[in-house]
Structure formats: C-alpha cells, structure tokens
Design a protein around this ligand. Structure first.
Ligand code: 13P
Length: 254
C-alpha cells in the first residue's frame, strides 16, 4: 500500500502568533486527512514544545530539524535527541544541505547523529542530494552512494529499517527550480536498489520522499511517481493554505 509522508520544514521561520494561527487551521482539517498520509510539522527547536501541545491529540506528528551529536553534557547551545523525545518529537531531519553547508556537517557527523536517533527509536529523515556541479558532471549517483554508504558504514546493513530518506537535490532547494518528476522517480529507484543490495527488508519498506521547490502546482506530478513516497517542503509549507492544498492533493492521489 502506498503511503505518503508530507513534512513541513519551517527552517528558521515563525513566531508564536503565526504558529498558533497556522495550527488552528491545520487542526480544524486534520480529522479529514487520509490515514494513508503521515503529516509532520518540523518547527524551529524553540517552538517544539509549543507545537506539540497543539497537535498532541491529532494525527499530525512532530518533527525536529536537527539534533546534536551528543546526548548530554557540556555542549552549550545544543539540543539532544533525548530532549527531542522528551518533548514529543517523532521524526528528526538529518543531514539537510543547509546544515552541511552552513554548519560544516559532514557525512561522518551525520552518521553519528543518525545512529543516536535510531538508538532512541526516533525516526531519522536523512536528506541526501547532489550539488549543481555534481549534476552537471553526471555524478549524481556517485554523490548519493557516498552519502548513503557513510550511514551503512557506521550503523550497519540494516541501518535503513524504519527510516525516511529525503532526496533533495541541492540546486533545487529554495530556487523555485524543481527537479523533473520522472527523473526523481529514477533516482528514488536507484536509492532503493542501492539499499536493497545491503538489506532487502529495508528497501521494501523504505520511504523516499522528494524535496526541492515543491508547491501545490507540482505536488501531483511528484506524488504520481510510484517511488515518490512523500514530500519534504520548505517555503510552501509556511502558509497553511498552501500546505493544506498539498495535503489534499496527496489524499486524492492515494
Ligand atoms: P524549498 O521547498 O523551500 O525549496 O525547501 C526545500 C527544503 O529544503 C526542505 O527541507
């Protein structure tokens, strides 16, 4: 059965007033969402508890945008996976290209975070994707393999059981240029086949979502692809009207 996971990555946006208004609208409609869709809101860390209080008894899940590589200790300014779990987080976005670029996160650090998140029975949403240069030099598959292999090296062949992978081509994030859905289908197949070489159970159940300039106009074209199992949405998830439109399109497709 096809299931879609639709994730709102609010990045560094929002304030108490707008979040409260947004969630009021979302909750009003949430009982009509298809059970086949998993809806996740990933607000900035400081608002996690606030959002959880609002969505607690609904079918909307809480996601975090990042987590520290340590669980506790003298690491000023950080938040751990244990703390995330404590405030109701279920999904944690890891390895987003903005973390890789602006916070120097490499594959090794991301793999350590992935391992911690899994140990706590939280669900990682691992972001992988190629840069524009890699795409232009036909190195997309090579780049994705390196990013996946680093997780397998640290967490073992069954690493991708009960996880989500977000294919986010770096050149598409925040640019308004989305990838070609047919090409995305091929890349998602490639990702699943690559993981299958290590563990067929992981590959069978793997959720691979697409992210990069998704909006309500291109949602259907992505979700129609058999191996696109959801969307990771940045700017289009900031307005409740647009996010609700996207959820409705996903509901209608399933
Ligand atoms: P945009 O939807 O704004 O392109 O961002 C995508 C993204 O980075 C989601 O994680």
């Amino acid at each position: 059965m096809k299931k879609n996971i639709i994730v709102a990555n609010w990045k560094l946006n929002g304030d108490i007033k707008t979040i409260s208004c947004y969630l009021t609208y979302l909750k009003l409609r949430s009982s009509s969402f298809s059970k086949k869709n998993i809806i996740v809101i990933a607000p900035p860390t400081v608002f996690l508890e606030r959002v959880y209080k609002d969505i607690n008894n609904t079918n909307i899940c809480l996601g975090a945008q990042n987590v520290d590589v340590n669980l506790t200790g003298a690491f000023t300014g950080e938040n751990s996976a244990l703390m995330m779990k404590d405030v109701g987080v279920k999904y944690i976005i890891l390895g987003h290209s903005e973390r890789r670029l602006f916070h120097n996160e490499n594959n090794e650090i991301i793999a350590k975070k992935f391992s911690l998140v899994k140990k706590l029975n939280l669900i990682p949403i691992l972001c992988i994707g190629e840069t524009e240069i890699e795409k232009k030099s036909n190195k997309t598959e090579k780049s994705l393999k390196i990013q996946l292999k680093s997780i397998l090296n640290v967490c073992g062949e069954k690493a991708f059981r009960n996880t989500v992978i977000a294919y986010e081509p770096v050149w598409s994030i925040g640019t308004g240029i989305s990838a070609d859905p047919k090409n995305v289908q091929l890349i998602h197949q490639f990702i699943k086949n690559y993981i299958k070489k290590y563990d067929s159970v992981s590959a069978e159940n793997l959720i691979v979502q697409y992210g990069g300039s998704v909006n309500s106009l291109n949602t259907e074209n992505f979700l129609k692809q058999p191996d696109v199992n959801g969307l990771l949405i940045g700017s289009a998830s900031l307005k409740h009207e647009e996010f609700l439109k996207i959820i409705k399109i996903s509901d209608n497709i399933l």
